[in-house]
Design a protein around this ligand. Structure first.
Ligand code: FES
Length: 580
């Protein structure tokens, strides 16, 4: 086995000498692989903050596996604070990781990640660098109890928001909720939001330890996983196991189906498309819809179910899910520890230690194909005159009656317009209307923020209207729920028909027929235009580069020059190793 780092360290000249000195290498270190630890912990990102506590165990695991650990910091993508959205920076972090690996004597990598976008950024980097690597995902946060119920991250806040807007929750209760949430501690959202969904997807792609998705943050089990991940990456280097050997078409298909089985986040649909684009896999929405058609909801986890992610992990996690999915999973694919998924599923997952909190007890949280939480499908793709290149619906979180619906369009050109006018009685919004929020696609905002789940107008909420059909070229949080058609492509800012919908037009969703249509004469439509977003705010820097090169949601909102349609375009060119 020839180490990549040997290009830096081998030789008797002054260049190799200075490289060895820089990493303080001794003769005893010769031939040991350098394993980078990409550390995304940050005080600005509570979901990733706990990752710092795992570094020592990862380092110990790497040394026990015969490697040399080298931690390096990475930009941290947190959903809570980053504006307009952490999604704007996913591709930047993927590039940062790829270039850090490319420019340095790194033989393998442990990517530390947790919050929504840090996980796909690492996956994209792993796919493109294709050096031996695994992700270590930081686990789900504890659920503090409010009003006698453990709080599900995001999901319970959206429910409380509706209570507050209708006056059923007063100011004191709202403040109590805030102080309760403050006690939740570090870790990712404890519902089946994007972070949990991506942890499960990552595991099915063979890019983290089997049985690790969803384990509680801060526990002994995660420390053990950290050590094992470090040790395993050193082994991956020795055996020359690379990510692309595991992220095959079959593994990608498994991940798409697994996402549906857990009622996972629609954001993961975009990230999976980006992974497919990086590796030249078939990853279009038509294929996804076909894969989703016979997958029922097997995980009883919020927002589509009733429990929290810790219960999913305690019930055996992804290995137990794979067992439950039976023929829906290709067991010949390879898990992060080198075993086939058939072997992992047969061995059974140890699972995480069950929490003492009621909703995290594991019984019945992972169901069988014969006794699902709800019937297939849980996710679907729709196409039509309003979404020629497709859109996505989280069927499991929607109101069944609204999945076949025709209504009058109420149109908002951006987020601020929606927030300003939605609750205004003068807007005249009625229960059967279709709320359209546009201008929030990859180019439009830019970055495709989670603005898609427009609140139900206060006046209608008070009348007991729980849901409306909403359509957007943006995204929604994985912790959200409701009948929302997302990721409409092409987006309004790219000239898609969503930009030409006028107030009062008739829109029709026909989920059974997988159609989304604007019932307007095409000739009349051709005369309308959508005002392009003001570019002035994004004339420079990363947002400029992003807006110029980002692709649409069905292509994973990846940058056009990062996709890998050909073998030659898929991996970086090694740098010349001479004097810097
Ligand atoms: Fe970070 Fe949900 S906000 S995982």
């Amino acid at each position: 086995m020839k180490l990549r780092s040997a290009r830096w360290f081998d030789g008797g000249d002054e260049v190799a000498l200075s490289h060895r000195v820089a990493l303080r290498l001794t003769e005893a270190d010769r031939g040991r692989p350098v394993i980078g630890i990409a550390d995304t912990s940050s005080a600005l990102n509570p979901c990733n903050a706990g990752l710092a506590d795992l570094v020592a165990e990862v380092e110990r695991g790497i040394r026990d596996g015969g490697g040399l650990p080298a931690r390096f910091p990475v930009m941290s993508l947190g959903e809570d604070l980053m504006k307009p959205t952490a999604m704007l920076y996913r591709n930047l972090v993927a590039m940062e990781l790829e270039e850090t690996v490319r420019a340095n004597p790194i033989d393998g990598v442990v990517f530390l990640a947790n919050c929504d976008k840090s996980v796909p950024a690492a996956l994209l980097a792993a796919a493109s660098t294709d050096i031996p690597s695994l992700l270590l995902i930081g686990g789900s946060r504890a659920a503090p109890a409010y009003a006698g119920k453990p709080l599900g991250s995001g999901t319970d806040l959206w429910r409380a928001l509706d209570e507050r807007r209708t006056g059923r929750m007063d100011e004191r209760q709202w403040q109590e909720l805030e102080s309760t949430l403050r006690c939740a501690g570090p870790g990712a959202c404890n519902t089946m939001g994007t972070a949990s969904s991506m942890a499960i997807v990552t595991e099915l792609l063979g890019m983290c330890l089997p049985g690790s998705a969803g384990v509680p943050a801060g526990g002994a089990r995660l420390q053990q996983i950290a050590w094992e991940t470090g040790r395993l990456v050193a082994e991956h280097v020795r055996r020359e196991w690379t990510p692309t050997q595991r992220i095959t078409q079959a593994a990608w298909d498994n991940a798409v189906r697994g996402l549906a089985a857990v009622g996972g986040s629609t954001n993961a649909v975009i990230h999976l498309a980006a992974v497919a684009g990086r590796l030249g896999l078939a990853g279009d929405l038509t294929r996804m819809d076909r894969l989703w058609r016979d997958v029922p909801l097997l995980a009883d986890v919020e927002p589509c179910g009733a429990r929290l992610v810790a219960a999913f992990a305690a019930a055996g996690g992804v290995p137990a899910l794979v067992r439950a999915m039976g023929p829906l999973v290709d067991g010949g694919t390879v898990a992060g520890d080198g075993r086939s998924w058939a072997q992992v599923a047969a061995a059974g997952g140890a699972g995480a230690a069950a929490s003492s909190q009621g909703s995290t007890t594991p019984a019945g949280v992972i169901r069988s194909l014969d006794d699902p939480v709800r019937a297939a499908p849980t996710l679907a793709a729709v196409f039509g005159s309003l979404a020629p290149d497709g859109a996505v619906v989280k069927v499991a979180a929607a109101t069944p009656q609204l999945l076949q619906h025709r209504g009058r369009a109420v149109v908002f050109d951006d987020y601020d317009a929606m927030r300003a006018r939605l609750d205004d009685p003068a807007a005249g919004i009625e229960a059967g209307d279709v709320v359209i929020v546009r201008g929030c696609g990859p180019k439009g905002a830019p970055g495709m923020p989670e603005w898609g789940m427009a609140p139900i107008p206060k006046r209608l909420l008070a009348r007991g209207v729980p849901d409306m059909l909403r359509i957007t070229d943006g995204r929604m949080s994985g912790t959200s729920f409701g009948t929302v058609v997302l990721h409409v492509a092409p987006e309004a800012a790219a000239g898609g028909p969503l930009g030409r919908v006028a107030e009062g037009d008739t829109v029709e969703l026909d989920l059974a027929g997988r159609r989304l249509d604007l019932l307007v004469d095409p000739e009349q439509l051709a005369t309308r235009t959508f005002p392009q977003p003001a570019a002035a705010a994004h004339l420079r820097g990363w947002p400029r580069l992003y807006a110029d090169h980002v692709q649409q949601a069905p292509q994973g909102a990846d940058l056009d020059f990062l996709a890998g349609p050909t073998e030659a375009a898929r991996r970086f060119i090694e740098p010349t190793v001479g004097r810097s």
